[in-house]
Design a protein around this ligand. Structure first.
Ligand code: ADP
Ligand code: MG
Length: 663
């Protein structure tokens, strides 16, 4: 039902403001949930009994109510208040014109506020004020202001449409609600807007949190089950050949880490089933994900070959550089098994693309490396059996959707392995990747040197510059990340350009390169290539640019204004170095928060999962790097940090789905 002036006893102006804020219907209005509740049951009558440590209600009289315009055009309303003892206090409001219509000198009122004691007198900042009512509610919800509508107005109007709450439907099946002794959503929404007690409100809140997480997780789990159903006997079964696998592993120049073995086994087990695999492999840069994916790919191709089945493997990367690097890095190793690899990216000539497509079609290609260009319409696999998506979180949502559609369109349902170098805590992973099984690689190959990380004060800059000079003299290279400029790519670029100039001044004998997000793919590739060839000594970069290329000779990364970044993001930056045999260093420049807990954590550990957990504890989950891009909704009640609840809900859903299937 649409909101109208008459329904809400209001003016068109308010209806318009609501509409601007996306609130057009009664259901949407009811969906504005309070952020807190306040207990107003104790009403004081004397100022002298109030404390300045919490909000309280006091009944008093307005001795004088005045208003004036301040110099910067704000309406200032002042009330001189007097209590039962005849003591005075003051309350002030800005831009609350409606107060002048509702209150006047001489009125007895209830003031609800946390008082302050200033200049020898008591004052009530941001006070709520109301006329004493006969049957006033004692526990009241507090909303947030919305598009310049004061929240008290919203509270009043929600009370007017209270009857509509009766139509609210539960999303949680009755069976689960019964098992958990949960109330209906209708009852909970009622209790949230019209609480009768603290306990009641808290219970409603936690059940609504359950419901939010339930809905979010259910989507993922349903997707997973649907994929399993749809792909039954349509996914290529790949029986594990242990002998073959052994010889593949032995052909590597190094032994696998234990975690790599575990993860590889999980993947191979998945591929033996007659359902399409859907697995997410999470692991920091350098933990050896690519190796695992390649082993699984080669095993698959060789097993198919023996079975005389014709399937192909696609390795997708989010950028051309990465795709190329994979191709170049793997080609020789693949050749020993007579596996024919190919590359298909946007920037190669149309002629080359044509050829690559033709080779795919005619089975000359076993494994193809590329970007999302691989799944464009004109690319026809003869039988795509296994897709590896590297750095999955860095694909656009549309690209991921396109891939999904591509995979489900064909008559064969390919196995899918997603990989992500953004470690996130398990609770988040379970929620975000609910449609997949999760594997974790949290062990580095032996002999890898941890990156020395130091938070640097302004005064210490000079020393660091000297030191960097030495490092470059001995042949190494440097990344220099400019501060993040909120919401403005243009400013971001300006700051990286500026940094390039500053660095050219400091290191006149060195070549300072620049890379930023507004450059074309070709330009970026050229710069990264020059950096790779050591033609650029120091690369000044914006924080948004993808310097995801592997340059083992780069051993120093400097991050300006590091306090502005989240931990996981800093950790991502740091992952640019430490990829070769030389000791690597990460310098976190900071002015404001010298040695904040966050930055100290960077000094302390190189473990991405640990840092992500700290980040999650310190910040809101939406800000944890890579989470926002993954499409987490804004939860009102739920806390993504609640690992136990998330796991519990997941179990409830799975149990219920199994039970449903039995019926
Ligand atoms: P990721 O894709 O997780 O960033 P890669 O698979 O690219 O990691 O591996 C990073 C580097 O470490 C590569 O040069 C790879 O050859 C090497 N590597 C991988 N696994 C091992 C291992 N078990 N022992 C030694 N080196 C390894
Ligand atoms: Mg990789």
């Amino acid at each position: 039902m649409f909101l109208t002036k008459s329904l809400l006893h209001t003016t068109e102006a308010y209806i318009k403001k609501l509409r601007e804020a996306g609130i057009e219907t009664v259901e949407q209005l009811i969906g504005i949930f309070p952020r807190d509740i306040e207990d107003k049951s104790d009403i004081a009558t004397r100022f002298s009994t109030l404390t300045i440590t919490e909000k309280q209600v006091v009944q008093c009289r307005i001795e004088l109510l005045t208003s004036e315009m301040t110099r910067n055009k704000k309406l200032l309303i002042k009330a001189v208040l007097v209590d039962a003892d005849g003591s005075y206090a003051e309350a002030v409001w800005f831009n609350r014109k409606f107060l002048l219509q509702q209150f006047a000198s001489g009125d007895t009122v209830l003031i609800y506020s946390q008082p302050k004691y200033e200049y020898g007198r008591l004052s009530f900042p941001n006070a709520e004020i109301e006329h004493p009512k006969q049957n006033r509610r004692e526990i009241v919800p507090v909303y947030s202001d919305l598009n310049y509508i004061p929240w008290t107005w919203i509270r009043e109007k929600i009370a007017l449409v209270r009857h509509a709450i009766a139509d609210v439907k539960s999303m949680i099946p009755g069976e689960i609600r019964a098992k958990k002794w949960m109330k209906s959503r209708m009852e909970n929404v009622m209790a949230i807007h019209f609480p009768t007690s603290m306990e009641d409100w808290n219970r409603a809140k936690s059940e609504l949190a359950y419901e939010e997480l339930y809905q979010f997780q259910k989507r993922g789990i349903e997707k997973k089950y649907a994929l399993e159903r749809e792909s039954t006997w349509l996914a290529p079964v790949i029986p594990l050949d242990t002998e073959l696998m052994k010889s593949l592993i032995e052909s590597l120049p190094f032994p696998l880490t234990n975690k790599q073995k575990i993860v590889l086994f999980q993947i191979l087990k998945d591929m033996e089933r007659p359902h399409a695999m859907a697995r997410m492999l999470q692991g920091d840069v350098g933990t050896g994900k690519t190796v695992v994916a390649m082993l699984a790919s080669v095993h698959t191709i060789l097993v198919w070959r023996r079975q005389e089945k014709k399937f192909q493997v696609a390795i997708m990367a989010p950028t051309e550089i990465l795709a190329r690097q994979h191709f170049v890095g793997q080609e020789a190793w693949l050749m020993q098994w007579w596996i024919r690899a190919d590359l298909l990216v946007g920037s190669i000539t149309p002629r080359m693309k044509e050829d690559a497509r033709a080779r795919l079609k005619s089975w000359e290609t076993d494994i193809i490396f590329g970007t999302h260009a691989l799944i464009q319409d004109s690319v026809q696999f003869s039988g795509l059996g296994f897709v590896v998506v590297d750095e999955q979180h860095r694909f656009w949502v549309e690209q991921r959707k396109a891939l999904e559609e591509y995979c489900s369109a064909g008559s064969i349902k390919p196995h899918r392995l997603n990989m992500s170098a953004t470690p996130i805590p398990r609770s988040l992973a379970l929620t975000l990747y609910g449609d997949q099984d999760i594997s974790v690689l949290d062990e580095y190959p032996a002999g890898r040197l941890p990156i020395h990380t130091r938070v640097v004060k302004e005064e210490q800059r000079g020393a660091i510059y000297n030191w960097i000079d030495e490092e470059v003299k001995s042949g190494r290279q440097v990344y220099w990340i400019s501060p993040l400029v909120e919401e403005s790519e243009t400013l971001d670029i300006a700051s990286a350009t500026n940094m390039q100039e500053i660095l050219s001044g400091i290191f006149p004998h060195l070549t300072i390169g620049l890379i930023h997000g507004k450059m074309t793919g070709k330009e970026k590739d050229r710069i990264m290539q020059e950096f790779y060839e050591n033609k650029i000594h120091i690369l000044s970069s914006t924080s948004v640019v993808e310097v995801w290329v592997n340059n083992p000779n780069a051993t120093v990364i400097c991050i300006e204004a590091s306090e502005r970044f989240g931990l996981s993001q800093l950790h991502q930056f740091r992952g640019r170095v430490g990829r070769g045999s030389h000791q690597s260093y990460c310098y976190l420049f900071t002015t404001k928060e010298y040695k904040s807990d966050r930055l100290k954590a960077m000094e302390k550990t190189n473990d991405g999962f640990e840092l992500a957990q700290i980040d999650l504890d310190l910040r809101w989950p939406g800000e944890v790097y890579g989470v926002r891009q993954s499409g987490v909704p804004d939860f009102h009640f739920a806390d993504l940090r609640d690992t136990d609840l998330i796991a519990e809900i997941r179990q409830d859903i799975e149990e219920w789905m199994k039970w449903k299937k039995v019926l």
